[in-house]
Ligand binder design. Structure first.
Ligand SMILES: [Mg+2]
Length: 367
C-alpha cells in the first residue's frame, strides 16, 4: 500500500501556572492572592529561583527562573503600594506529579497519539479528525473536563505540527485556545520575536539582535548558507523552523509506533548514488536502535522526500507479515527503502526533476 500523507493536526496542551494552580486548588484561601512556588526567599536572602508564579504575582514582574531574592523584593515593593502580601511556597513535587498523572490520563483519551512532554505539557496527534474545526471542538471538551475534574486551567495550541502548536499554546495564556491552520502558519510566525523559536536562547538572540534581526520574518530573509555558517548543522533546522516546518512526530517511548531518521543535505542534491547511500546508513541505524530497544519487527516502511521547494512527500510500503528483526532485517529494510525512493528520481514522483533537500526513512507499526 502506498499513500500520500494526509494533513496532520497536532495539539499542544500546557497547564497554566501549574504548580501555583495546584497549590491554589489545595488551599482555596490562596485564590486571588499572588502566589510564588520556588526556593525559600528567606526575607530576601534566599538563594535559588522561582519555579512558578501565578498570574497575580506575574503582574509584579515575578516569573519562572527569576532569582527568589529578586522575587521577594518585587513582592515587597508591590506590598508597599498596598497590594496583598505574596505567598511563597516551597514546591511539593509528589503532589504535582500525582495531579499531573491524573491529567495525562484524561488528555491521552482525546488523541490518536499522545506524548507527555513534561510534567505539565503534552502533545496530541488528532489527525484522524481531519478538520481543524473538529479539533477545536474536541479540545474545548478536553479543557472542560480538566477544569471539572481537577479544577485547573490550561492553554491549547492546535496546528499542523508540534513546533507551531507549542508556539500557539503560549499566545493566549491563561485559558487560551489558539488554532493555526496550515495556510496561516507563515503570517502567524512573521511578527513574533525570535525567542519563540525553540533552540533560540538568550545567547543566539543576542547574536541575532546584533545583526539587526528581531522577528521571525527578519530571520526568514537570511540565506540558509549564513545560518549554517553561524549555527552549524542546526542552521538547516532553523531555516525550516522559521518557515514553520517540523516533521517530528508525537510519540512516547512507551507508546512508540514508529522509529525513523532523517537528514537534510548540506546542499540540495539530485545525486541518486549519494541519496541511496544515505538511506542505507539510516537503515543501519534504525535496525540498531530497534534491536537496542528490543522490538521484534515492523510492518511498514516509509520514505520521506522534501524537495528544494519544500514540497514534502511520503511513500510507504506495508509488508505482509512485516520484517522481523533478524539477520536479514537490514537487507530487507534497505531493499524496501530503495524501491520507495526510486520513483523520486524519475517522472513518476518527480516530473520536474527537482533536487532533494531532505530524505527520511521510518520503520512503522512496530511490534
Ligand atoms: Mg505550563
Amino acid at each position: 500500500m502506498e499513500y500520500l500523507q494526509l494533513m496532520r493536526i497536532i495539539v499542544h496542551v500546557d497547564m497554566d501556572a501549574f504548580y501555583a494552580a495546584v497549590e491554589e486548588r489545595l488551599n482555596p484561601a490562596l485564590r486571588d492572592l499572588p502566589v510564588v512556588v520556588g526556593a525559600d526567599p528567606k526575607e530576601g536572602k534566599g538563594r535559588g529561583v522561582v519555579t512558578t508564579a501565578n498570574y497575580r504575582a506575574r503582574k509584579f514582574g515575578i516569573r519562572s527562573a527569576l532569582p527568589i531574592s529578586r522575587a521577594w523584593r518585587f513582592a515587597e515593593t508591590a506590598r508597599g503600594r498596598g497590594e496583598p502580601a505574596t505567598v511563597f511556597i516551597q514546591p511539593n513535587m509528589p503532589l504535582y506529579r500525582e495531579v499531573s498523572g491524573r491529567i495525562m490520563q484524561i488528555v491521552q483519551r482525546y488523541a490518536d497519539a499522545f506524548e507527555e512532554a513534561s510534567i505539565d505539557e503534552a502533545y496530541l496527534d488528532v489527525s484522524s479528525l481531519e478538520h481543524f474545526a473538529a479539533a477545536r471542538q474536541r479540545m474545548m471538551r478536553l479543557k472542560g473536563e480538566i477544569c471539572d475534574l481537577e479544577g485547573l486551567g490550561c492553554s491549547v495550541g492546535i496546528a499542523p505540527n508540534k513546533l507551531i502548536a507549542k508556539i500557539a499554546s503560549d499566545r493566549q495564556k491563561p485559558d487560551g485556545l489558539t488554532v493555526i491552520e496550515p495556510e496561516q502558519v507563515a503570517d502567524f510566525l512573521s511578527p513574533l520575536p525570535l525567542r519563540v523559536i525553540p533552540g533560540i536562547g538568550p545567547k543566539s538572540e543576542h547574536f541575532l539582535h546584533e545583526r539587526n534581526l528581531r522577528t521571525v520574518e527578519d530571520l526568514r530573509q537570511v540565506p540558509e548558507s549564513a545560518l549554517v555558517e553561524w549555527f552549524g548543522k542546526w542552521g538547516n533546522r532553523l531555516f525550516e523552523k522559521v518557515r514553520g516546518i517540523d516533521d517530528s512526530e508525537v510519540s512516547n517511548e512507551w507508546t512508540r509506533k514508529s522509529l525513523g531518521e532523517q537528514e537534510t543535505f548540506a546542499e540540495d542534491t539530485g545525486n541518486q548514488a549519494l541519496v541511496t547511500e544515505r538511506l542505507d546508513r539510516m537503515a543501519e541505524r534504525i535496525i540498531a536502535k530497534l534491536k537496542a530497544k528490543e522490538f521484534k519487527g515492523f510492518r511498514t516502511v516509509t520514505v520521506t522526500v522534501r524537495f528544494s521547494d519544500f514540497q514534502t512527500t511520503n511513500r510507504s510500503r506495508s509488508l505482509k507479515d512485516g520484517i522481523r528483526i533478524d539477520d536479514d532485517a537490514l537487507r530487507r529494510l534497505q531493499e524496501a527503502a530503495l524501491s520507495l525512493i526510486l520513483p523520486f528520481f524519475d517522472a513518476r514522483e518527480n516530473p520536474r526533476a527537482k533536487a532533494f533537500r531532505l530524505i527520511g526513512l521510518r520503520a512503522e507499526k512496530l511490534f
